[in-house]
Write a protein that binds this ligand. Structure first.
Ligand code: F6R
Length: 608
């Protein structure tokens, strides 16, 4: 939700800012802007629409001269997407510029007070109060000014700030919105996310809440709100620079789908040695794992579908009861948190506001947190007691694919590990599962190699109005993800149903020709699913079946079949997931949708 970037150093800032923003556009893409310091003044350019408009307007940044600047790509929260609402926002004399990611919750009170004091506002944004408040408190020292402002504002923020009286300096601060600091020989950076600066440096500092950052071309300094300098450790980002580039693929989403075998492999292989799982990184003693009486799996969106899958996998392998919740529900439902339980949160970005709030709620109640996270150094990772990183690399497309598959890999590892320690999996079963787990990347690849089959099928459904996904058990969890993938990028209405639930209402929606994607990978539920398929076909549905190779008799029951390679039932979710992603992708491409940046959405939902 909004991306910010800043650069100060020996190179021209604007082209670097535009380049950085292009890597952050997944965070918001309704308008963009930059402010650059040159000849004792702040100069700015803003444009409504995609970053390309700002790029063209500034001739790739050439018309905005200067070697220090800040930039922003917006996902509107307060005020429509427009030039005047786009960032940076300024004080009235134009000497202070601010870019902001987050929401200032008490902005109306502050705005009213500032208006009483004679300040004039030009935008509808919450952010504009910050630029005026900085002006109000400005005492010549940016550090003390920022500290005063931070004491007044409530909500979430990552701020990049320029003061024209402090040439070449960038100030920044965050609370509950991501902000990293990059340092290099040719200058220093602020950014909402690593891909924005990966081309220039891998050396980063992760900032904590309310630490003031002061950068110039040569140094990066950090202060607490008492203005005492803090020493921080430099980290080196492992991500591959090409991971954040499209690299010849038409869309990031397609590229990321193709990166799934690698994401799966990278997540499991470093943790398997001599056919044994090693999760020492969790720092969880066997005693704690044995005593666990309940696990709460909590997340948002696609990551919440992983939680549903985890219920089947973890309960099946480790016999620990699992409660699944959407983070936005969990945080407000006054959950009963039992002793000897643990909260498992799942998040690609590690910054999702509701997931972070759920984590904090559980922590305040004395519950230990284990997180499955993709972004190293993210807020969720930093606030958890144990972290199991997914090694999917940067995910740029708004719709998650490879991070989702890597999250499944992490859930499998965790469930097997807990199952071993709790003695609920025999050594033979564990060995077999582990051997099979290592074949999954090739099986995913073999499905990707048949992408044309799904492309061909998807082309028939470009004009569809409603599409249903049905399944039972673990296949129901997979169906939820298939349905979300389709609707979020193709704008076709879709719903996922537990197949046994259809006749309790939903079946009335089935009309002649309605597509129903039925997933049947579980032997014990196979016949039940065949029954459900018959029910919808009898009402005119066209049935796409996703099932295991070997179930060829289904050709009598379904209209179109996509086979997945045979595997253990627990692992089918990461295989059926692939044709569903391909289906959603090709329907969206066929409709001419902007697959990587679907309307109204943004990756990394750092606001509630
Ligand atoms: C859908 C999608 C979202 C995210 C959700 C949680 O394709 O990507 O539903 O899964 O916003 O995001 P993270 O995993 O970053 O917490």
């Amino acid at each position: 939700m909004c991306g910010i970037v800043g650069y100060t150093g020996s190179m021209e800032a604007a082209p670097i800012l535009l380049d950085g923003l292009s890597k952050l556009e997944y965070r918001g893409y309704d308008s963009a802007g930059m402010a650059v310091f040159d000849h004792n003044k702040l100069h700015s350019a803003k444009a409504k629409g995609r970053l390309k408009v700002l790029y063209d307007r500034t001739d790739g940044g050439k018309t905005l001269k200067g070697q220090s600047g800040i930039g922003h790509t917006r996902w509107a929260t307060h005020g429509i997407p427009s030039e005047v609402n786009s960032h940076p926002h300024f004080n009235s004399s134009g000497t202070i510029a601010v870019v902001h990611n987050g929401i200032i919750e008490n902005y109306i009170q502050i705005k009213n007070k500032l208006i009483d004091k004679g300040y004039q506002f030009i935008s509808e944004t919450d952010t504009e109060v910050i630029s005026h408040l900085l002006d109000y408190y400005y005492d010549g020292n940016p550090l003390s000014t920022i500290a005063k402002v931070v004491n007044r504002i409530e909500g979430s923020y990552a701020l990049g700030i320029l003061f024209s009286q402090h040439p070449g300096d960038i100030y920044a601060i965050r609370k509950d919105s991501p902000l990293i600091i990059g340092v290099s020989e040719t200058g220093n950076f602020i950014a909402s996310d690593v891909p924005a600066i990966l081309k220039y440096t891998r050396n980063v500092y992760y900032t904590d809440n309310k630490e003031i950052v002061h950068l110039n071309g040569n140094q990066a300094k950090f202060y607490n709100l008492d203005l005492k300098e803090i020493q921080k450790d430099l980290s080196v980002v492992e991500w591959d620079i090409f991971a954040a580039e499209k690299y010849g693929y038409e869309h990031f989403m397609l590229k990321e789908m193709y990166e799934q075998p690698k994401a799966f492999k990278d997540t499991i292989l470093p943790r398997i040695k001599s056919n044994e799982i090693h999760l020492e990184e969790l720092s969880l003693s066997d005693e704690v794992i044995k005593k666990l009486r309940k696990l709460y799996f909590v997340a948002c969106g696609s990551a919440s579908h992983i939680c549903h899958t985890a219920k089947y996998v973890m309960e099946g392998m480790a016999r620990i009861p699992v409660e699944v919740d959407l983070a936005s529900e969990f945080r407000y439902r006054n959950p009963i948190l039992e002793p000897d339980s643990m909260l498992v949160v799942i998040s690609q970005s590690g910054e999702t506001a509701d997931t972070l709030a759920a984590l904090r709620l559980a922590k305040e109640n004395g519950i230990k947190i284990l997180s499955i996270v993709n972004v190293v150094g993210s807020s969720i990772a930093r606030e958890s007691d144990s972290v199991l990183y997914t090694w999917a690399g940067p995910e740029i497309a708004v719709a998650t694919t490879k991070a989702y598959t890597a999250q499944l890999a992490a859930v499998y590892l965790l469930s097997m590990h807990f199952g071993k320690i709790r003695d609920t999996l025999s050594t033979t079963d564990l060995n077999d599962l582990l051997t099979e787990l290592q074949t999954i990347p090739d099986k995913i690849q073999s499905i990707l190699d048949r992408k044309e089959q799904m492309q061909h099928f998807a082309n028939r459904y470009i004009g569809a109005k409603d599409i249903f996904f049905i399944g039972r058990g673990i296949d129901y969890a997979a169906s939820m993800e298939g349905s979300l993938k389709l609707k979020e990028i193709s704008y076709i209405h879709s719903e996922a149903y537990a197949a046994g639930e259809l006749k309790h209402g939903t079946i009335s929606l089935i009309e002649e020709g309605t597509l129903v994607a039925a997933t049947l990978t579980q032997e014990a539920l196979y016949k039940k699913m065949l029954g459900n398929i018959e029910e919808v076909r009898a009402r005119g549905a066209f049935v796409l079946a996703l099932t295991n190779k070997g179930n060829e008799e289904i050709e009598k029951n379904a209209d179109y079949i996509f086979y997945i390679p045979k595997t253990y039932e627990y692992f089918t979710s990461c295989l059926v997931n692939i044709p569903m992603q391909l289906f959603g992708y090709y329907v969206a491409v066929g409709k001419g949708c902007d697959v990587d940046k679907p309307r109204n959405l943004a990756k990394s939902v750092t606001v509630e």
